[in-house]
Design a binder for this molecule. Structure first.
Ligand SMILES: Cc1ncc(C[n+]2csc(CCOP(=O)(O)OP(=O)(O)O)c2C)c(N)n1
Ligand SMILES: [Mg+2]
Length: 320
């Protein structure tokens, strides 16, 4: 698979979302089969990840959060190396040192996955400042959640980005949940995009479960950041379809809310659109799903066969 995807077709966008869903479903299956490292899945948020990441260029950099599998896979990360990382194996992107929560992939421009909520917001201005000082047209995409937006660091980050004219595309995935707390309990109003106006930062909310709308909005937002060397905040309105982390627990979730959002599933919507337009047949859709699952099965086999890191190397790759 290409590392970056220029001008993805509607079917390309669907294929990437299916790959992410298959990856997350494999994580769920691993949990069903026995003990497995805890993972925050992004089921239901595939359109946001694919729409935004495919709007970036290879020279752009990404900072992301604990729900990062979609961002990484949309960027072209190898699912085998990702699963190996989750499983603590030598062939993982960080040689099994990071697990799912700190994964970084230098060759894909993925600077950081932060499990510290808002950590990506704190580092984005520094990364963007270095980009500016080094020159070039690259921008920094910073993915974070609605919970991170409720932290003080959100305001510090936006303020610095505005004062220093930093090329940051802030992408807040408003998935309605902040671990075990609904955002209605922590936020005034439903949306985060309007908050950017306090810093003179342009912003927009987009239907984050419509991959084509998300992609168009991200292309426009990235172009704005690239040309003006100024920040922009894009809010993806979406939903976390599973619990905060695996193994799954959704006992605190309103079943009616969950069902209503499952009815707006981003993959189902794109499938329906492409079937209705005649771009794909049912058989082609099923073949795409099967291909995504086969890719992930092969990735899982690769990860399971990868050895654990050698104890003698435990000090390598550390700064201290
Ligand atoms: C600074 C900090 N506080 C609390 C936590 C525990 N925690 C992990 S994820 C999370 C919720 C984050 O919500 P949001 O930013 O909306 O991201 P989402 O999980 O919805 O993708 C919390 C509170 C943490 N990891 N870091
Ligand atoms: Mg959230």
């Amino acid at each position: 698979m290409n590392r970056t995807l220029a001008n993805p077709s509607p079917a390309d966008l669907l294929a990437r979302m299916m790959l992410i869903r298959a990856y997350e479903e494999k994580i769920v299956a691993f949990h069903a089969a026995g003990p497995f490292p805890s993972v925050c899945t992004s089921v239901g948020q595939e359109a946001s990840a694919v729409g935004a990441v495919t709007a970036l260029r290879s020279e752009d950099q990404i900072l992301t959060n604990h729900r990062s599998a979609g961002h990484l896979l949309a960027r072209g990360a190898d699912p085998g190396r990702m699963l190996a990382e989750v499983m603590g194996r030598q062939d993982g992107y960080c040689k099994g040192r990071s697990g799912t929560l700190h994964i970084s992939v230098k060759e894909l421009g993925v600077v950081l996955t932060s499990t510290i909520v808002g950590g990506e917001l704190s580092l984005a201005p520094g990364v963007a400042l270095s980009r500016t000082m080094l020159g070039g047209s690259g921008i920094v995409a910073c993915f974070f959640g609605d919970g991170a937006a409720c932290e003080g660091i959100f305001h510090e980050s936006l303020n610095l980005a505005a004062v220093w004219n930093l090329p940051i595309l802030y992408i807040v995935e408003n998935n309605q949940w902040q671990a075990f707390v609904h955002r209605k309990e922590t936020m005034v109003g439903d949306h985060i995009a309007p908050w950017a106006a306090s810093y003179g930062i342009a912003s927009r909310t987009v239907d984050g479960n419509d991959v084509e709308a998300m992609h168009r909005a991200a292309l426009e937002a990235a172009a704005f950041v690239r040309e003006n060397r100024k920040p922009f905040l894009l809010e993806a309105w979406t939903y976390r379809q599973r619990g905060h982390m695996e193994p799954n627990d959704q006992s605190y979730v309103d079943p009616a809310e969950l069902e209503s959002w499952k009815g707006k599933d981003p993959i189902d919507r794109q499938v329906a659109r492409l079937l209705a337009s005649g771009a794909l047949t049912e058989a082609e859709v099923e073949a795409m799903r099967a291909e995504a699952r086969a890719t992930i099965e092969a990735a899982a086999a690769f990860a399971a066969a990868s050895p654990f890191p050698d104890v003698a190397e435990v000090g390598e790759g550390a700064y201290a």
